[in-house]
Design a protein around this ligand. Structure first.
Ligand code: ADP
Ligand code: MG
Length: 347
């Protein structure tokens, strides 16, 4: 019944370390003018002229940050790149290069790593970044993946977490909570599958949520959009751990408080339906669920007219004095303190 795809399994030991690196990395070319020397020497050489360089790194561990039973390797490669680029965009910078470091056990054949690198290559192409180096080594158990993203910006364009001021407006891009509910749907289907492997899941009602979980995109469009609208955010952060905890980071670093309005938080209709099905409050999910990779930023109130008609941007609240604290104003007009639950705390 189960189709034997007769997939090739080439043992990594057949290639040796340098053969493997060469095999995996020969696909990467150079597109960025700032890449002077890419893969092949002891270090990459980059030249950003008189611009500022931005660097961010992330480490992903199998079983902690990803589960290969529902995360195809190509998606993992794509997502690992995207989540790093999101941090560069959150500085209002433009990503230009990444490095890719992997440790794998002998459980993985060459073909699995090729799939992982297919995803990395796809993301690198779609966001126009060069893969300029990395490291490849073995692990006792499972897979470890670390990506470092490098970007560039004019000094005047950089936006930090610390610049929000009283009366600024709080703005988010896109919609929130969907990636978290995508994960809940996948977890449920995994459990159904474990009980009955013949059960083919019908995921039609969840396509958007699952895509948000398995193939997230970083908001590389926002820097240009804001430039076009002639708006410079006063502070910015990307939403990886959930709106609530990101707002708290931003407010703490800016030494301000905020009021966030429940009714303003942007939700996709599919999210609302699935929250009903799971009998969970959609606001809780939108506030505490993670991995949306949208941007949260503040703007001067004078800039409101420039952004108000844009479907990508939603004003969800405003900045107040630090002494007033950080609150959610519910639909019933109750004022409750924001809590920093990372999305892990929900499970
Ligand atoms: P060294 O021993 O000097 O650290 P390596 O033999 O580990 O060099 O790597 C050779 C080249 O291949 C370097 O340019 C390194 O950055 C690159 N490289 C190694 N592993 C990866 C990888 N997983 N992805 C991209 N580039 C890699
Ligand atoms: Mg090395």
């Amino acid at each position: 019944m189960i189709e034997d795809k007769n997939q090739q399994r080439t043992d990594l030991s057949q290639l040796g370390e340098f053969g493997l690196i060469d095999h995996l990395t020969k696909r990467f070319g150079v597109n960025q003018p700032s890449t002077i020397k890419s893969i092949g020497d002891d270090a990459a050489v980059l030249d950003f002229g008189n611009k500022k360089t931005v660097v961010s790194t992330d480490l992903l561990i199998e079983g902690v940050h990803f589960d290969l039973s529902y995360m195809p390797l190509k998606h993992l490669g794509y997502k690992a790149v995207v989540v790093n680029l999101s941090d560069i965009y959150a500085m209002n910078a433009t990503p230009t290069q990444i490095t890719v470091s992997i440790a794998v056990s002998n459980r993985f054949p060459l073909e699995a790593l090729e799939e992982l690198f297919d995803g990395i290559e796809l993301a690198a192409k779609s966001y126009n970044v060069d893969v300029v180096g990395g490291d490849t080594t073995s692990s006792q158990k499972g897979m470890i993946l670390s990506i470092t993203a490098i970007g560039v910006a004019d000094d005047a364009d950089l936006v930090y977490r610390s610049g929000a001021q009283e009366n600024d407006l709080l703005v988010v891009t896109g919609d929130l909570g969907s990636a978290y509910m995508g994960l809940q749907v996948l977890e449920r289907e995994k459990q159904v599958f474990q009980v009955n492997p013949n059960n083919q899941p019908d995921l039609d009602a969840y396509t958007y949520l699952i895509e948000r979980q398995l193939k997230p995109e970083a908001r590389g469009d926002i820097k240009d959009l804001l430039k076009k609208l002639d708006v410079k955010p006063t502070s910015m952060i990307d939403i990886s751990d959930g709106l609530s905890s990101e707002i708290m980071h931003l407010c703490k670093q800016s030494k301000v408080g905020c009021n966030v309005f429940e009714e303003k938080i942007p939700l996709d209709p599919q999210l609302i339906n699935v929250c009903e099905e799971f009998n969970i409050d959609s606001t809780t999910i939108a506030i505490n669920g993670g991995e949306d990779y949208e941007l949260l930023f503040t703007i001067k109130i004078e800039d409101f007219d420039k952004i108000k008609a844009n479907p990508n941007l939603t004003v969800i609240g405003h900045v107040v004095n630090e002494h007033e604290g950080m609150h959610l104003i519910t639909r019933a007009n109750a004022k409750i303190p924001l809590k920093a639950k990372g999305w892990n705390a929900l499970t």
